[in-house]
Design a protein around this ligand. Structure first.
Ligand code: ATP
Length: 269
């Protein structure tokens, strides 16, 4: 995943510069980053800091990357779990995991907690089915308790991500829990070009490559798909024993990602 790695102290080396597009969202993150950098600046003046943020958007649009960039810019630890990791059969296990995660975060504050697929534990109860319902309720209740327990002094920001905000339990959406919602959309052509440039910049690329034209040829692709295209392009470049990634490598990568097979049109092997 784009060379992203967690450091020993839990911080990550991702910055806003690693994100292509999503400019309007990036501007809005400044306040959260400032809070994490120094929570006391908020508490001193009695300003209400952001505490819960819900990110909504389809797979691969950069929700996790955005959350990592917030933590990376603020240089605070990033704690992440997938909602599905809390879903257990044995009653109490999920709730204990939620408790542990928040406890660890409080001990290492200021920091950021990121829970991907939050719908897995926060789905409206009626649709949760009968099996495991008690466990599910306990886990969700624990999460709600933890979120309510945050005060500005806690210095923890909680970010939940979902593809389906409409499925979330209304309790999670009540005021004071997720006080901010961020919608993350697929990139337009300019953003696709930036994403392409970001991922190409980490590789050996022919500097004359026309990224604007290539971006036009990646219609509807997400950031994650564009990252895969670049990866495939690099592999193709190696295979043809090239020294630099060329446009044809990227076009090959695009076919590979779009159709999952070797693109005939660009396959010169
Ligand atoms: P999911 O819902 O499947 O978890 P997500 O929205 O959290 O998806 P990410 O995990 O952030 O998506 O994206 C996966 C990878 O795709 C990132 O690590 C990065 O390499 C690339 N990527 C996605 N969006 C962007 C972007 N806007 N700019 C640069 N790279 C991106």
């Amino acid at each position: 995943q784009s060379g992203v790695s967690a450091r020993k102290d839990g911080t990550v080396n991702v910055t806003l510069e690693d994100i292509g597009g999503l400019e309007n969202i990036k501007e809005d993150l400044d306040e959260i980053i400032r809070f994490l950098k120094d929570p006391t600046t908020f508490t001193k003046v009695g300003a209400k800091p952001p505490k819960g943020i819900l990110m909504e958007g389809g797979p691969g649009v950069g929700k996790t990357l955005l959350a990592k960039a917030i933590a990376g810019e603020a240089k605070v630890p990033f704690y992440s779990m997938a909602g599905s990791e809390f879903v257990e059969i044995i009653v109490g296990v999920g709730a204990a995991r939620v408790r542990d995660l928040f406890k660890r975060a409080r001990l290492n504050a200021p920091c950021l907690i990121f829970v991907d697929e939050i719908d897995a534990l926060g789905t409206a109860r009626a649709s949760a089915g009968t099996r495991g319902t008690e466990e599910h309720e306990q886990t969700l209740n624990q999460l709600l308790t933890e979120m309510d327990g945050f005060t500005p002094d806690t210095g923890v920001v909680f970010i939940g991500a979902t593809n389906r905000a409409d499925l979330l339990d209304p309790a999670l959406l009540r005021p004071g829990r997720f006080d901010r919602k961020i919608e993350v959309n697929k990139p337009n052509v300019d953003a696709r070009q930036k994403i392409l440039q970001i991922h190409l910049s980490k590789r050996n690329v022919n500097p004359d490559i026309d990224t604007a034209r290539l971006a036009r040829n990646l219609p509807g692709m997400t950031g994650a798909e564009i990252a895969s295209v670049v990866n495939e392009a690099a592999v193709h470049c190696v295979r043809r024993e090239g020294s630099q990634i060329e446009e044809e490598d990227v076009m090959y990568g695009s076919d590979r990602v779009l159709y999952g097979v070797r693109g005939k049109a660009h396959d010169k092997d």
